[in-house]
Design a protein around this ligand. Structure first.
Ligand code: B12
Ligand code: SF4
Length: 457
């Protein structure tokens, strides 16, 4: 979306082409100026593309999350770097490019969202199955592992509801993903705004089905749930992060701590009662995690009715407090940058862990995922979504998302040595261990058998 927002503030004498490598490898068109955006894990590809254009003497500007956090690094590969939200500064960048005097660094700033034009959707690939839309920026929470507060600031800025509704009406796709880090926000005013938005969607008869990211407080206000359901909310993505309060504390996840992990299940049930499924994001690898975390997490998933599960390893993204802490403590294990950024993909242990070895974390991760993605629990979970939400569209979405996460898991090569499911995938007979997880130096043995040096996988 970032590039579509920049296109919207690009003067009409420029012709803009948007190339999205999420769809297919780019056929690199001729250009007078190239702007590149990238996450951390894909930054080497971005630097490669920048080199191709610079070899053709086409100036390259980089922006977005990674170049903002590491502008010195990005400047080695680009003619210019824009830090932060770029709408206000972009026209100046273009003027300087036209005059042949691009500066090496431009500073963006948090924008007043009411002033922004709508992103240029006409540039998006027609094949996008989901329409995306942003209604707010910023997050007051500042969790240890997250780069959103460092990037967009702590102030939660929201667009006027009328403007959002107007934009929604121009989106051709039926399925919408609100890219806000928290569509709802916090407090009474935020809840009233969410109700106004959802009610507006109903009154305009937009007929959308949508997924959004939010906190557990989404389930606290019956009006929010009622109007979200009517407006077509099928799933919410919630950062539960951990079932261990010690781990939540080390992550600085104050909201979940205040709520209490014992409230997770009740919140999920309230969403289900309104036909809304819950995608729960969980993180392993925290300093406070002990060998019991894997069985406790599985137990929670089974009893809570969580519909879709995203489990990743704690990943020290640049610009986060987690990165700074691990760097200060000399615990990062992959520091040959920029090359090693490719490993910052949320599926690897990237630092010397405490409480358990990296190998135990890999084994624990496959132990949990083997349990989640063997056929019976997989099928049972999707049926439970149908039974509890009584919404076939929600269940269909849960099925597709579970299938996607399962495929992602099976295709992650460095889990293979630890996983009976991977080993048996070729024989088409995945099984799971019925024994509880045990760390390597304990007994009984856990599901993994072969030790793998973390650097070799
Ligand atoms: C929507 C979203 C997704 C969507 C869509 C991703 C996509 N490809 O577009 C989905 C769910 C698929 C997704 C997946 C992932 N995501 Co995501 N995602 C987001 C989210 C919530 C919003 C992004 C967005 O659209 N913002 C709205 C636009 C308007 O803002 P923007 O992109 O920042 O653009 C502005 C500026 O950055 C700047 N700018 C941006 N690009 C450029 C380029 C130039 C040339 C210039 C001058 C300026 C500029 O100008 C824009 C206007 O102000 C962000 C969080 C966030 N708040 O940004 C995380 C975020 C970007 N995601 C993140 C991550 C890690 C991922 C995954 C790697 C997670 C995973 N476990 O796999 C995957 C990667 C998948 C992939 N290859 O695309 C991290 C990235 C951190 C990092 N350092 O890399 C973020 C920041 C979340 C976080 N908690 O830290 N994500
Ligand atoms: S993880 Fe979510 S709540 Fe925490 S700072 Fe990031 S966006 Fe905010």
């Amino acid at each position: 979306m970032g590039l579509a927002y920049l296109a919207a503030v690009t003067p009409p004498d420029w012709t803009v082409t948007l190339v999205d490598e999420n769809i297919a490898p780019a056929v690199l068109p001729d250009a007078d100026l190239v702007g590149i955006t990238s996450f951390t894990s894909t930054i080497n590809r971005a630097y490669g593309l920048a080199s191709v254009y610079r070899a053709r003497t086409v100036p390259v500007v980089m922006g977005g999350i990674h170049p903002t956090m590491l502008s010195e690094e990005a400047r080695q590969f680009a003619d210019s770097v824009v830090r932060g939200e770029a709408e206000a500064v972009w026209p100046q960048v273009l003027r300087d490019a036209q005059a042949g005097c691009l500066k090496p660094l431009y500073e963006g700033r948090p924008q007043r969202l009411a002033d922004l034009p709508h992103p240029r959707r006409d540039l998006f690939d027609l094949g996008y199955a989901w329409g995306t839309l942003q209604t707010s920026r910023g997050c007051p929470m500042d969790c240890h592992f997250c780069s959103v507060t460092a990037f967009n600031g702590r102030r939660f800025r929201q667009r006027p509801v009328a403007d959002v509704l107007q934009e929604l009406a121009t989106i051709p796709q039926r399925h919408i993903f609100f890219v806000d880090d928290n569509l709802l926000g916090y407090g009474r005013q935020a809840e009233a705004r969410a109700v106004e938005l959802f009610r507006g969607m109903v009154e305009r008869g937009l007929g959308k089905r949508f997924v959004c990211q939010t906190s557990l407080n989404f389930a606290d206000n019956p009006q929010v749930l009622k109007w979200a359901q009517k407006a077509g909310c099928k799933m919410i993505f919630v950062g539960l992060e951990s079932v261990s309060e010690g781990s939540l504390e080390s992550m600085g996840k104050s909201y979940n701590l205040k709520k209490g992990t014992d409230q997770y299940a009740a919140c999920i049930r309230r969403c289900h009662a309104h036909g809304i499924g819950v995608i729960g994001a969980l993180i392993f690898g925290n300093d406070e995690d002990d060998p019991g975390i894997f069985d406790r997490t599985l137990g929670f998933i089974r009893t809570s009715g969580l519909d879709v599960i995203q489990i990743t390893f704690a990943t020290p993204l640049p610009g986060t407090r987690l990165f700074e802490q691990l760097q200060r403590e000399g615990r990062l294990t992959r520091t040959d940058f920029p090359r090693d950024w490719k490993d910052y993909s949320f599926s690897r242990i990237l630092f010397r862990t405490r409480g358990m070895s990296a190998e135990d974390f890999y084994r624990g991760m496959v132990y949990v995922k083997d349990h989640l993605y063997t056929p019976m629990p997989f099928i049972r979970r999707v049926f439970r979504t149908l039974l509890e939400t009584r919404d076939p569209a929600t269940a269909a979405m849960a099925y597709k998302l579970n299938k996607g996460y399962r495929r992602g898991y099976l295709e992650t090569a460095y889990f293979q040595p630890y996983s009976s499911m991977h080993r048996r995938a070729s024989a088409r007979k995945p099984t799971r261990s019925r024994r509880p997880f045990a760390a390597r130096d304990g007994s009984p043995k856990g599901p993994g058998r072969r030790a793998v040096d973390d650097r070799s996988v």
